[in-house]
Design a protein around this ligand. Structure first.
Ligand SMILES: [Fe+2]
Ligand SMILES: [Fe+2]
Length: 325
């Protein structure tokens, strides 16, 4: 097999679609419409407000047959990729699987009393329910978790690793159904119709496997990175909080701070709380808090004794003192 090329932003959109028609699905799930003329991938993405890098990451991952060693770009847009995955869910649940069921009903020979046809339909219906559960879980829990993470809010009871551990391959049961039909389906006059359904099941199976791989190999690494970023931000914030609270505690238990000494100087010069606040560019509330701390630290509540303390400790010259005895 010849090595598949990697698409770049300046490639024409029509060229990459003709090169690999399965990218039509990628286009529609990113919300890119047909009718793009001779525009490049970058131009088509730009005019539809789609993140070009993320579109190309998905397109190249699929086009190069999901290499195990694929290292996704760190610049993948998670909202963009999530939009792609949500649209894929909508496609499978509301279009592709109902369409296969309709065709399956048409193909199955209901006029004959055959248990195999009945069991095939039953198997398909229970499979569809399973796909609903799988995708509804991702829509309701995983994507909601990631949306909150994007806002910097981490649900401590959940992480993307939990999703990875329970992420089953929903395409596998479709493989079983396809194989059962091929091997055991009774002779029928509607072979063409059944073959057409099989063709759709083959495509759907491949599409679902591709969807799962995009989740495992592109989405999960991007979310892991986001989790680290949010955790780092939280650590930095906690460290800052700790430093600041350490300072407050130190200031609350140790010697007078520079600011408190300034407040004492102002007080003994006869300035009111409002004047001190204006002089030091702080609020009156902060002045009152400082004064309360000073009183507690020095165990001095009288302005006169505070003046004595200021003179003895050379915070002011006696000539600057205004006594309010
Ligand atoms: Fe999914
Ligand atoms: Fe999934």
């Amino acid at each position: 097999m010849s090595k598949k090329k990697t698409y770049i932003p300046t490639d024409k959109m029509s060229d990459i679609i003709c090169d690999n028609y399965s990218l039509l699905q990628v286009m529609s799930r990113f919300g890119l419409p047909l009718g793009f003329g001779d525009y490049t991938v970058e131009e088509v993405c730009q005019s539809n407000q789609v993140d070009c890098l993320t579109f190309l990451e998905v397109a190249n991952f699929i086009n190069t047959h999901y290499p195990r060693t694929y290292t996704p770009s760190e610049k993948i847009s998670i909202p963009s990729l999530m939009g792609y995955l949500k649209n894929a869910h909508h496609y499978f649940l509301d279009f592709q699987l109902p369409s296969i069921r309709r065709k399956l009903l048409e193909a199955i020979d209901c006029s004959t009393d055959n248990e195999v046809t009945f069991l095939i339909l039953k198997f398909f219906d229970s499979y569809v329910q399973e796909v609903h559960r799988h995708m509804n879980y991702e829509d309701m829990y995983v994507f909601t978790y990631v949306e909150n993470l994007l806002k910097g809010v981490k649900d401590e009871a959940y992480n993307i690793d939990m999703f990875v551990r329970h992420h089953d391959h929903i395409d596998e049961k479709l493989t079983e159904l396809k194989n059962s039909i091929i091997k055991y389906y009774p002779d029928s006059r509607k072979t063409y119709v059944m073959n057409a359904v099989l063709f759709d099941i083959f495509n759907c199976e491949k599409d679902l496997a591709s969807h799962n791989l995009v989740e495992d190999c592109l989405f999960v690494p991007a979310v892991l990175r986001l989790e680290c970023e949010v955790a780092n931000q939280a650590n930095t914030y906690n460290q800052l909080e700790q430093t600041s609270s350490d300072k407050v505690e130190k200031s609350a238990s140790d010697e007078l701070s520079l600011r408190e000494k300034e407040i004492i100087t102002c007080v003994v010069k006869g300035l009111s709380n409002k004047e001190i606040a204006e002089h030091l560019f702080i609020s009156v509330h902060t002045v009152i808090t400082h004064r309360r701390n000073i009183a507690r630290k020095l165990k001095i509540h009288s302005p006169t004794l505070l003046t004595v303390y200021a003179i003895v400790n050379k915070l002011v010259d006696i000539s600057e003192v205004k006594l309010n005895i």
